[in-house]
Design a protein around this ligand. Structure first.
Ligand code: FES
Ligand code: FES
Length: 177
């Protein structure tokens, strides 16, 4: 069947099998291999993408159910000018990975968490990422990166707090890290 998907801001037409997972379509048909296949059963979070702004397990989401919704993968977090998303930059700064297999899913889940809660507590970070498993056990560094990214995003031009103070977003300004 032919599907129209909106992936990382671009409309894509793909041929998919009935029941084919969104993860398979992203990786095998659109060559967006940042999202990882871990368990294939919705248990590990390695395949996490944003669907309509919500973090979902793409291994357990049928591609047909994602049609016409906005899909954002780890590749789609790239910022204007090719800069890293603040969460990606914070993961690098805090060295929040070893093998890196869980990292794309962790980052996407963290982005979703920070969209819901811009200043999460330790408990909210732990519960927000509880569905994402890291076999290498880098949870402390992952939490540190989320705290760092939260602070950077709150201080970034265009944040709601800036708008309340009457500041305007400035595209020419560098995103704080
Ligand atoms: S691969 Fe999707 S949750 Fe594990
Ligand atoms: S860094 Fe290896 S699974 Fe998380």
């Amino acid at each position: 069947m032919n599907l129209r998907l909106v992936v990382n801001g671009s409309e894509r037409q793909v041929e998919a099998q009935p029941g084919e997972s969104l993860l398979a379509v992203l990786r095998d048909r659109l060559q967006l291999t940042g999202s990882k296949y871990g368990c294939g059963e919705g248990q590990c979070g390695a395949c996490t993408v944003l669907l309509g702004g919500r973090a979902v397990r793409s291994c357990r989401t049928e591609a047909a159910d994602a049609a016409a919704k906005k899909i954002t993968t780890i590749e789609g977090l790239e910022q204007p000018g090719g800069r890293l998303h603040p969460v990606q930059a914070a993961f690098l700064d805090a060295e929040s990975f070893q093998c890196g297999y869980c990292t794309p899913g962790m980052i996407v889940a963290a982005v979703a968490l920070l969209q819901r809660e811009p200043d999460p507590s330790e408990e909210e970070i732990a519960s927000g990422l509880a569905g994402n498993i890291c076999r290498c056990g880098t949870y402390a560094r992952i939490a540190a990166a989320v705290r760092q990214a939260a602070q950077a995003m709150r201080q970034a031009p265009g944040h709601a707090a800036d708008q309340r103070q009457g500041r305007r977003p400035g595209h020419e300004e560098e995103m704080p890290r």
